[in-house]
Design a protein around this ligand. Structure first.
Ligand code: HEM
Length: 396
């Protein structure tokens, strides 16, 4: 039986039940079998603890000010020269480069073609996450993913791994100190390989998964958010607020994240009998579908205008402005602060607030004068319930 939950409160509570295990990615085992989001219990806890180590608060400040700024400029410059871009394509390039830094995948050339090659690989990896719902020949898709994984291994993973092993060796010999080690997931996994009992193959898949989890979610989040902002700033008062107040801009982004969760559903399977709020008992062969999109538009929480983009809405205490878009409980998004930043408080200082990469990218695009290209309207991809944009031409 498949059982659906769509109200905000039950959805959040269900995601926090530790006896429910991940069920969304069963079909994508070729890439995702032993990756963090598919682990359960102690194994999940141990891996997450190691990976979360690099995500300390000082990491984000360093990342946003040192790494992000440079990567963003490098990626955006060729488009500025052209005076135009397809926002979807630009988002792929910006966010892929950012999550590659975070995952620990080097791009020695930093060229357009190199990004193109890694993007092609990543697009194939993306098929692993949605293989369960795929319409085509699943064996052919699985083979395609296998080939891409090998391509990724040879061109990007092996050299990045080798470089990090050398750093770790120099650190062990006392030639460099800890602050000189690369700050990324791959380095942490290599340093803890024995403790976590990780095979080389699992490290390859975990790194690939991070690249995917960070990039694919953020790309569509950015495009949706820019669309909501373009609509909003048609009003001159709003334009002033959005462009002058980065904390207000961050609120607009969070509101868009609520309306457009990059994963519209989460799925879980009971590991022991599970009692639903309406008296049903679910077992190991049953599936729970947690409808994040519907929960995020629950009018009992977000009000009668829940379907609208309103960054000034009043939220009940304890409800985050992005709703359940980053999940909850044991699998809650580990990259939430990187993507969404810290929630602003009364009196937060805009000069040292941590905004997250989506707000910072949107801010930069607005500073460069990005506007929709009126002669080339954007196109929605209607092939999935996500309603992502497949193309969004903009001018600078
Ligand atoms: C707007 C951007 C993002 C959104 C909307 C998002 C959303 C989510 C959601 C809903 C989950 C929970 C899945 C579930 O419960 O089954 C999740 C988990 C995860 N996310 Fe994100 N994510 C985003 C960005 C990122 C980034 C930038 C990274 C990497 C740095 C990342 C890494 C992960 C990982 C590793 C998990 C698995 C955590 C675990 O199982 O313990 N995400 N994300």
């Amino acid at each position: 039986m498949s059982y659906s939950i769509s109200d905000f409160k039950t959805a959040g509570e269900t995601l926090r039940v530790n006896e429910l295990r991940q069920a969304l990615y069963d079909a994508g085992a070729i890439l995702m079998e032993k990756v963090l989001v598919n682990l359960h219990g102690k194994e999940h806890q141990m891996r997450r603890k190691v990976e979360a180590k690099i995500l300390k608060p000082n990491f984000f400040r360093w990342y946003e000010t040192e790494v992000f700024k440079k990567t963003l400029e490098e990626t955006i410059n060729p488009y500025l020269k052209e005076g135009k871009a397809d926002l979807v394509d630009l988002a792929y390039r910006i966010l892929l480069n950012l999550t590659a830094d975070f995952s620990g995948i080097d791009r020695p050339e930093k060229s357009f073609d190199e990004t193109e090659r890694i993007l092609k690989i990543l697009r194939t990896f993306g098929k692993a996450a949605t293989l369960g719902q795929a319409k085509g020949n699943k064996d052919a898709i699985t083979n395609e993913i296998k080939n891409s994984l090998e391509e990724f291994n040879v061109e990007f993973f092996k050299p990045s791994k080798q470089k990090r092993l050398e750093y770790i060796e120099r650190f062990k010999l006392g030639e460099i100190n800890i602050s000189e080690l690369p700050r990324d997931i791959l380095t942490e996994l290599l340093r803890n390989q024995d403790k976590l009992g990780l095979s080389d193959d699992i490290i390859l898949k975990e790194t690939s998964f991070y690249l995917l989890a960070g990039a694919f979610t953020s790309i569509h989040t950015l495009t949706h958010a820019m669309h909501e902002i373009f609509e909003r700033i048609k009003d001159p008062v709003q334009k002033n607020k959005v462009t002058m107040d980065p904390i207000y801009l961050q609120r607009c982004i969070h509101e868009s994240m609520r309306l457009h969760p990059s994963s519209p559903t989460a799925m879980r399977r009971p590991t022991c009998p599970f009692h639903t709020t309406d008296g049903k008992i679910l077992n190991k062969s049953d599936t729970l579908v947690i409808d994040l999109m519907a929960a995020n538009r629950d009018i009992s929480i977000f009000g009668l205008d829940a379907n609208d983009h309103n960054p000034e809405r009043n939220l009940p205490s304890g409800v985050p402005p992005y709703g359940l878009s980053f999940g909850k409980g044991m699998h809650a998004c580990i990259g939430i602060n990187l993507a969404a930043g810290i929630l602003p408080k009364e009196g937060s200082n805009p000069a040292n607030h941590q905004y997250g990469i989506i707000t910072l990218t949107a801010k930069k695009l607005l500073e460069y004068g990005a506007v929709p290209d009126k002669n080339n309207p954007p196109i929605v991809d209607n092939s999935t319930v996500r309603n992502n944009w497949s193309s969004y031409p903009i001018l600078f």
